[in-house]
Write a protein that binds this ligand. Structure first.
Ligand SMILES: Nc1ccn([C@@H]2O[C@H](COP(=O)(O)O)[C@@H](O)[C@H]2O)c(=O)n1
Ligand SMILES: C[C@@]1(CO)OP(=O)(O)OP(=O)(O)OC[C@H]1O
Length: 160
């Protein structure tokens, strides 16, 4: 019997003019980008937190504090790879991950294949084990008004 564990992650970043919009490592052309200490890749932050949650290792704010200048402007794919190492150092393998991006605009669908490839590469997974989805909130709430983007993630890890 394997030791299976699951974790969830959630993150929100504000959309502002003059910043790049980076989601799952993809630089998406848009009129605004996400604000943060790092590249503000909201989806990779939710994913990282789900992996850390599954292994009860805290969250990315604990491992990469936003008060630490070393992480200013950091590439969230680098942080995700560090998170994967932390999980594997606890003796776990990563099973599958499922990420949902909550954004009224822009349309994420054209970028989803590359997003899945990026995550699969960073986590050392087959792309079939990586799901990325997007949804609007039908114009409702802060995401619906285009004030920010949210993301949530579930991750499964296991010990053989
Ligand atoms: N930012 C987004 C939001 C949604 N999509 C895709 O559009 C479909 C319809 O979205 P609803 O919120 O109306 O269900 C959804 O299934 C997504 O595939 C998107 O690409 N980018
Ligand atoms: C990623 C980190 C890195 O300093 O900074 P932010 O871009 O501010 O992102 P957040 O989701 O607030 O998580 C905290 C930090 O770990």
């Amino acid at each position: 019997m394997s030791d299976f564990r699951i974790g969830n992650g959630f993150d929100v970043h504000k959309l502002v003019e003059g910043r790049k919009l980076i989601v799952c490592g993809v630089d998406i052309p848009y009129t605004a980008g996400l604000l943060g200490h790092s590249d503000a890749d909201v989806a990779l932050h939710a994913l990282s937190d789900s992996l850390l949650g599954a292994s009860a290792l805290g969250d990315i704010g604990k491992h990469f504090p936003d008060t630490d200048p070393r992480y200013a402007g950091s590439d969230s794919r680098v942080l995700l790879r560090e998170v994967a190492s932390l999980v594997r150092n606890q003796g776990y393998d990563i099973g599958n991950v499922d990420v949902t991006i909550i954004a009224q605009r822009p349309k994420m669908a054209p970028y989803i294949p590359v997003m899945r490839q990026n995550i699969a590469s960073d986590l050392g997974l087959d792309v079939q084990s990586v799901s990325v989805k997007a949804t609007t909130t039908e114009g409702l709430g802060f995401t619906g008004r285009g004030e920010g983007i949210a993301a949530m993630s579930t991750a499964l890890i296991y010990k053989k």
